[in-house]
Ligand binder design. Structure first.
Ligand SMILES: Cc1ncc(COP(=O)(O)O)c(C=O)c1O
Length: 403
C-alpha cells in the first residue's frame, strides 16, 4: 500500500453487495426504462400493507409525541405486544424486557451476531443460506461453517450433519424455518431433535422466524425454544413484521433473547441507530396487536401461486423443482441446463444462466451462487399471478431452444 492507508477498510471492503437486492434493482431499473421485465428476485410481498395499519401510522405522524427520540429498545407498548404475540403464535413465553425492536429483521440478525461472537467463533450455517447472514457473521469476526443440503433431502439438515460440522469453536447454530431461499420447513420432530442436540452441546441457536405464518399444506411451523424450553438461555429469536403484514418498507423487526444479550445488543443499537422510527413502530404495534386475518388471505394467494409455479417449472426440461412448503420461494436446480447451447450461449454457471434469462427474455431470477449453492436459482412467487405465468412461460420458451 506504499505506506498509504487503504481507502476502504479490509473489513467493510470484504462485504459483497446483496445479490437479491442487486437482481431486484437491475429488474426495477429495466422496468423503469420501459422494458417489460418480470422480476422473481425480490423477497417481498406484492400486497399493500393492510389499511388499518397505514391509518394508525398516518395518525401517528400528526402526534408530536412521535416526533422525538424514544427508548432505544423500542416503544414499551410494542415490546409488550411482541412478547404477547410471540406467546400467542408460537407458545414461547418471554418478558417484554427480552425484546429489542430493531430496524427490520436484518438489523436484528446483525446485532445478534455482533453481540454473540468473538473472533474465530464458528457458526453452523445451513446452505442454501440467506445471503445476508454470512456477511453479518464475518463482520462480527465469526467464521461460517457451511453445512450443505440439497433438493433430495428437501433442503433439510440432519443432526448427524450438524454433529459432523461441530468443533470446539462452534458457538452458534443459525436455524431458519421456513427458509429463505428454499422454502423448506423443518418438521416439528426434527426441530425438537436439533434443539436437544444444541442444548446437549451448549450451542447457541439463532432462530429466524420471519416466515412463521407462511406455511402450506400439512407443514407446521414450530419455534425451537418453545419445543425445547431448556434452550431459552442460549437462544435468540429473529422476527419482524415485513413478511407477515406486507410491511417490508416500514423497517420494523425484533430480536428476543436472554436479558444479558438483549441489554448488550441494546447498548450496541444505542450507538448505532437509536430507536426505530416511531411512526413505523406505531404501525407495527397495530399490526401485532391485530389478528392474523390479512396474512391468512395472503397465504391462500401465495399457496395458489406456489402450486402454479412448481407445476410450470416441472414442465421445463433441465429444471428440477422440489416442492417448497413455506415462505414464498422456489429453489429449483438448473444443473440440467448448464453447458447447453441456449441461443448460441453456453452458460457454465447458474449466474451466467440468470444473465441469459434477463438479457434474452427479460426475466429476473437470483442465482444460487448468492446462497452458497451454485447450480440452482431462487424465484420468489410474491408477484402477480399473470406476471408469474408470463415469466415462467418465457423461461420455458427460452430453455426449449436448448441444444
Ligand atoms: C430469512 C430472512 N430473515 C430476515 C429478513 C429480513 O427482513 P427485514 O429486514 O425486511 O425485516 C429476510 C428478508 O428477506 C429474510 O428472508
Amino acid at each position: 500500500m506504499n505506506g498509504q492507508a487503504r481507502r476502504v477498510s479490509h473489513r467493510i471492503g470484504a462485504i459483497t453487495e446483496s445479490a437479491t437486492l442487486a437482481v431486484d434493482g437491475k429488474a426495477k431499473a429495466l422496468k423503469a426504462a420501459g422494458r417489460p421485465v418480470i422480476g422473481f428476485g425480490a423477497g417481498e410481498p406484492d400486497f399493500p400493507t393492510p389499511a388499518g395499519i397505514v391509518e394508525a401510522a398516518v395518525e401517528a405522524c400528526q402526534d408530536p409525541r412521535w416526533h422525538r427520540y424514544t427508548p432505544t429498545a423500542g416503544l414499551p407498548e410494542l415490546r409488550e405486544a411482541v412478547a404477547a404475540k410471540t406467546a400467542r403464535d408460537s407458545g414461547y413465553e418471554v418478558s417484554p424486557a427480552q425484546v429489542l425492536i430493531t430496524n427490520g429483521g436484518k438489523q436484528a440478525g446483525y446485532e445478534t451476531f455482533a453481540t454473540l461472537l468473538d473472533p474465530g467463533d464458528e457458526v453452523l450455517v445451513i446452505a442454501p443460506y440467506w445471503t445476508t447472514y454470512p456477511e453479518s457473521i464475518q463482520l462480527a469476526g465469526g467464521v461460517s461453517v457451511v453445512v450443505h443440503t440439497d433438493g433430495a433431502s428437501g433442503y433439510l439438515a440432519t443432526v448427524d450433519q450438524l454433529e459432523a460440522a461441530r468443533t470446539g469453536r462452534t458457538k452458534v447454530l443459525l436455524f431458519i424455518s421456513p427458509s429463505n431461499p428454499t422454502g423448506a420447513v423443518y418438521p416439528p420432530a426434527l426441530v425438537e431433535e436439533i434443539g436437544r442436540w444444541a442444548v446437549e452441546h451448549g450451542i447457541w441457536v439463532v432462530t429466524d422466524e420471519i416466515y412463521e405464518h407462511l406455511v402450506y399444506g400439512d407443514a407446521e411451523f414450530v419455534s425451537m425454544p418453545a419445543v425445547v424450553p431448556e434452550l431459552a438461555d442460549r437462544c435468540v429469536v429473529v422476527n419482524g413484521v415485513a413478511k407477515t403484514y406486507a410491511m417490508t418498507g416500514w423497517r420494523v423487526g425484533w430480536l428476543i433473547g436472554p436479558p444479558d444479550v438483549v441489554t448488550a445488543a441494546t447498548n450496541l443499537q444505542s450507538h448505532l441507530s437509536s430507536n426505530v422510527a416511531n411512526v413505523s413502530q406505531v404501525a407495527a404495534l397495530t399490526a401485532v396487536r391485530g389478528d392474523l386475518s390479512a396474512v391468512a388471505e395472503m397465504r391462500a394467494v401465495y399457496d395458489r401461486r406456489r402450486q402454479t409455479i412448481v407445476r410450470m417449472l416441472r414442465e421445463i426440461p433441465g429444471i428440477e423443482c422440489p416442492e417448497p412448503l413455506g415462505a414464498f420461494y422456489v429453489y429449483p436446480s438448473v444443473k440440467g441446463l448448464l453447458g447447453k447451447d441456449i441461443r448460441g450461449r453456453r452458460p457454465a454457471t447458474s449466474a451466467e444462466l440468470c444473465d441469459i434469462a434477463l438479457e434474452e427474455v427479460e426475466v429476473a431470477v437470483v442465482p444460487g451462487e448468492a446462497f452458497g449453492t451454485p447450480g440452482y436459482v431462487r424465484m420468489s412467487y410474491a408477484l402477480g399471478d399473470d406476471d408469474l405465468v408470463e415469466g415462467v412461460t418465457r423461461l420455458h420458451k427460452l430453455f426449449s431452444d436448448v441444444r
